[in-house]
Design a protein around this ligand. Sequence first.
Ligand code: ADP
Ligand code: F6P
Length: 323
Amino acid sequence: MKFRTIGVLTSGGDAPGINPCIRAVVRSAIAQGVEVIGIQEGFDGLIRGEMSHLRVRDVSGIIHRGGTFLRTARCPEFLNPKGQRQALRELNEAGIDGLVVIGGDGSMKGTHVLAELGFPVVGAPASIDNDVWGTDMSLGVDTALNTIMHAVDKLRDTASSHQRAFLVETMGRGCGYLALIVGVICGAEIILIPEVEARLEQVSEAVEDAYARGKTHAIIIAAEGASLDVDEVAAHLNAHEVGFETRVTILGHVPRGGSPTAFDRMLATRMGVKAVEALLGGKTDVMVGLEGREIITIPLEEVIKSSRCPNMGFYEMALILAR
Ligand code: ADP
Ligand code: F6P
């Protein structure tokens, strides 16, 4: 099939790296004589027909910016066949021959639906959670990790001055990846993640033990999806004689923003270029992903069947090293 025009949209939770990915999609398509239409606000904007042509200059000055200049949305309407058919109608009416969707695991499910309706699509994984199956890293993960790491480093300064324990909650939905990696690289006493059941007593023992070993502070990293709630843990620690007073910091959406790191900009650029290459080369119903050092394509059917799980070897490693 000869592609004259392709579309690009960003969907679901935003992540640093999406903007440089859009830039790579737009410029690599135009370099091959293909026009690009940018669709606003994900599947929602698609259903409403909110789109316009993107030219080379339209993606100037975004390579270093977090968020997505096309804006994003969660779109319940697209979960229904009626909304999906409306989206397809809009794509056809706009003369779009193929679509690149940049988003998380939910967005990849939506992308697969369009492929099943016969529309050529390629996905690119973007989610700070790093729960998308089929890629070692999604866009935004490295930036989010660095943001959380710097926040914990700062909290450690004040924790140490006041001899306190800090409970830091990270995002991640049902996946403990961010909390686990930050736990390792920030030397946490204990890491609370959805993949591991924990008891309140385990946390207080670990903190008390850190105090007894002469530590000046204790850091506990908790994923938002962990079985123990951070306020419940803090109340338990403050009610018991663990040595340190405890404070809670919930990072919330902070790691979702910010200028993408060098790693994320490079990954975004490579994924954007590969997505266009795959689409124009006749591939459809696939996602681009990072496997080792290579950018590969993987069938969306495989991607949406599973979720990527963090390497639990890192959990054991963190516990051993938190001496
Ligand atoms: P993310 O892509 O960041 O995981 P969501 O899970 O909210 O974010 O998904 C983004 C959008 O993708 C949803 O609002 C919906 O429009 C679409 N989507 C999610 N799951 C499905 C599904 N099973 N079928 C069709 N579309 C879906
Ligand atoms: O999937 C990305 C993510 O940031 C999750 O870590 C978090 O649970 C969720 O999105 C928050 O969603 P919202 O931006 O709709 O509050």
